[in-house]
Design a protein around this ligand. Structure first.
Ligand SMILES: [Zn+2]
Length: 454
């Protein structure tokens, strides 16, 4: 490890230069800007290190699939994305978002933290490892998509086309992560799932004078009543069967959660709230945040919402809802239960206009692959990392890992003030260097783990 660490330090200026070149190339998925250029540039950088790279087309952005053989037949999966968030509001940036700038030990650019920094840390780790040891300890499969920031809309096409490349993998190093506000390194092992639906109710053929409310049904009331049937003031979702498949966290997942710190005071201040839902605090709050399923109204639109008054009886009403799902809830089951429930409550006229879903996946902190990630973090960061069995948000973890039984860990180069998705996104050069060494340490820990089995 010392030899490779020295190599990382000796070549750090080159690694930083490569990262800066990638950060100079815009790749905004939401605007379709620079996507194919970025895919080409990245493929070039991967090939230069020795990867066999395929650019796999989808109906959206292409997905990079890279392979490298190692000493052992077992394979590790890396997952990243080469797209970034839009830069608005541009006027709040201290430096132009696509002119990477180093100031006070920090590198500022859109994508520095989310997640080109992580990509180039991994690439640097492979390069240094190869220079010192000749070959990787195990095979590597690397999937880098270009639509993560718009919901990985076409990733399923890639997975369908290249399923064989995703089977029998030892573990996956996921794209995000870094250090928390107290400088503790954090590793997550999964993601909540999601069901996103649009509910629609229709009334008259067109908006009417509201005097007609005396004799014509208002669809906005229909939808309010329908929504009212979904959840009670006690917070419980009232769709029959909604909780039937929920699996309680294991003792190991609970223990990890107990050790994970959630900065309640800071978050309350940041959100401008006096208390959390139901007065939750401590372990109960953490358990609800990480292992609680939700039913959330994202928006409700109908009739007139402009200045002053307009007496109108709207013809149509739409509500957008998302359900964050936990193991083993499935979006398809939930949408079917929702349909059944609406029918049973007398709302068969309320349409579920469209839906999209992703299954949840929570990891086991005691899995030997996760243990290698913990030991690697201890070596590089000098402390035991915090382990989050599942993130409160959603990503395509089930699609790429869960369905194939591949355990995952996150690894990133961010910190609490990295400002992902915001102006002045940045990483600290120190974290970038540690992020490289962390991947090297992962290779070594995995190699040690597999070696024991021989
Ligand atoms: Zn992002």
């Amino acid at each position: 490890m010392e030899e490779i660490s020295a190599d990382v330090e000796a070549h750090f200026p080159e690694y930083l230069a490569l990262l800066k070149r990638a950060l100079s190339q815009p790749s905004i998925a939401a605007e379709g800007q620079g996507i194919s250029e970025m895919a080409e540039l990245l493929a070039e950088d991967l090939r230069a290190v020795g990867f066999a790279v395929e650019i796999v087309p989808t109906d959206g952005a292409p997905v990079l699939l890279a392979h490298m053989e190692g000493q052992r037949p077992e394979r590790l999966l890396f997952y990243n994305h080469y797209d970034v968030q839009p830069v608005d509001p541009l006027e709040l940036w201290e430096f132009p978002p696509f002119e990477p700038t180093v100031r006070d030990g920090k590198l500022f650019a859109r994508g520095a933290s989310d997640n080109k920094g992580a990509i180039y840390a991994r690439l640097a780790a492979v390069e240094s490892y190869l220079r010192v040891r000749g070959t990787l300890p195990l095979g590597l499969t690397w999937v880098i998509e270009g639509e993560e920031e718009i919901g990985s809309v076409h990733l399923h096409q890639f997975v369908e086309a290249r399923k064989d490349a995703l089977k029998n993998l030892l573990g996956c190093v996921w794209e995000a992560g870094g250090k928390d506000a107290r400088e503790r390194y954090e590793i997550a092992l999964g993601c909540k799932g999601i069901l996103y639906v649009e509910l629609r109710a229709r009334g008259a053929a067109r908006d009417l004078h509201s005097a007609n409310a005396a004799i014509v049904e208002n669809p906005a009331w229909r939808l309010v009543w329908a929504l009212n049937s979904l959840k009670g003031p006690d917070g419980r979702v009232r769709i029959p069967g909604f909780y039937d498949t929920v699996r309680p966290p294991t003792p190991a997942q609970r223990a990890a959660l107990a050790d994970w710190e959630f900065p309640e005071d800071e978050v309350r201040k940041l959100y401008g709230i006096d208390r959390f839902l139901d007065g939750l605090t401590g372990m109960a709050l953490k358990e609800r945040l990480i292992f609680g399923a939700t039913c959330n109204i994202d928006g409700f639109h109908s009739g007139y919402g402009g200045p002053g008054s307009k007496t109108v009886l709207p013809a149509e009403v739409v509500a957008k809802l998302d359900f964050r799902l936990v193991p083993d809830q499935e979006p398809k089951q939930v949408v079917e239960a929702l349909r059944k429930h609406l029918d049973a409550e007398g709302f068969s006229d309320v349409e579920i206009a469209w839906w999209e879903g992703e299954k949840p996946w929570a990891g086991d902190p005691e899995h030997p692959f996760v243990q290698t990630a913990i030991r690697a973090a201890e070596r590089v960061y000098g402390h035991l990392p915090a382990i989050l069995p599942m993130m409160a948000g959603t990503g395509p973890v089930y699609l790429l890992c869960g369905q194939f039984g591949t355990p995952m860990i996150t690894a990133g180069v961010g910190y609490a003030d990295s400002r992902a998705h915001s102006p002045n996104e940045n990483i600290r050069l120190q974290d970038f260097a540690q992020g490289i060494k962390y991947i090297v340490a992962m290779f070594e820990e995995i190699s040690g783990w597999l070696g024991k089995g021989d």
